[in-house]
Design a protein around this ligand. Structure first.
Ligand SMILES: C[S@@+](CC[C@H](N)C(=O)[O-])C[C@H]1O[C@@H](n2cnc3c(N)ncnc32)[C@H](O)[C@@H]1O
Length: 257
């Protein structure tokens, strides 16, 4: 038997075993030292999501329940600057953290050569509706979407508008590096009330959580109003939960003025 057919046979048997004995596998995964420790994985794979940004502590908290699911994760931004063969650190970290997951990514630099099993990389801009729609059509709705791309406010807002509808109900949309919202170099603004910055856009979503309570005649709730159930802000990052936000006002029928 050749080496390739032996490996294919082994992979097939392992997949079958994994399907039948998922609980047992999860039990053994948990015994492997550091396997589930995202802080350590960030160091091992050399992304700045722990040292540098200290994001992993928040990721651990919000992503824990997806770990052993067949989670579909879409991270915008491969990393590695302009070099087509460098980057992919965080994608490899997610691949390890989600042992049954599938990782999809997109970058403005052609980094498709860094694709590997369970990691698929596309080439294009995060503001291009065509590529985003192709990615979503080819992979189906995502459980988790992370925007770690250009960090330009207008891009962040456009991408959210295009991709949030392609997130599953119960899924989470994360935006990193929100500090750029205050920096003109990234299309942000030092004026905290300026229109068009990513943080001010997100503040609008916070109002939408309470749309049932608005005292505005004829107000029609937006898609975001109706499909966001939780928003968690941290230093420089946000986690936005998707779900049906159709809870009625407990004040309904009574005068609000
Ligand atoms: C901060 S790096 C990503 C780091 C990586 N996620 C990690 O944690 O290891 C940002 C990446 O976004 C890419 N990028 C910049 N502008 C983009 C755009 N408009 N569309 C897609 N990707 C973009 C850059 O080429 C770069 O690779």
């Amino acid at each position: 038997m050749g080496k390739d057919s032996f490996l294919c046979g082994f992979k097939g048997r392992f997949r079958l075993f994994a399907k039948r004995h998922r609980g047992l596998l999860i039990f053994f995964f948990r015994l492997i030292p550091f396997y589930g420790n995202l802080d350590v994985l960030a160091q091992v794979f050399d992304t700045d999501k722990n040292f540098g940004h200290r994001y992993t502590r928040h990721y651990k908290h919000h992503f824990r329940k997806f770990r052993f699911r067949r989670a579909k994760v879409f991270e915008i931004g491969v990393g590695g600057f302009d070099d087509p063969v460098s980057g992919g650190a965080s994608l490899r970290m997610w691949k390890k953290y989600f042992p049954f997951g599938r990782i999809v990514s997109l970058d403005i630099i052609d980094k498709r050569g860094l694709s590997e099993s369970r990691i698929r990389i596309y080439h294009g801009s995060q503001t291009d509706p065509e590529i985003l729609s192709r990615i979503a059509d080819e992979n189906g709705e995502f459980d988790l979407i992370i925007d770690d791309g250009s960090h330009v406010s207008a891009h962040v807002i456009t991408t959210f508008g295009l991709l949030f509808p392609r997130l599953k109900d119960g899924g989470i949309y994360v935006i990193e590096d929100l500090q750029t919202s205050y920096w003109e170099l990234f299309g942000g603004n030092r004026d905290l009330g300026a229109v068009g910055t990513s943080v001010n856009f997100l503040k609008g979503l916070v109002d939408g959580l309470n749309h049932a309570e608005f005292d505005i005649d004829g107000y029609e709730p937006s898609y975001f109003d109706l499909n966001i159930t939780e928003i968690h802000f941290y230093h420089n990052m946000v986690f936005i939960y998707k779900g049906k936000n159709t809870e009625r006002s407990n004040f309904e029928g009574r005068a609000k003025r």
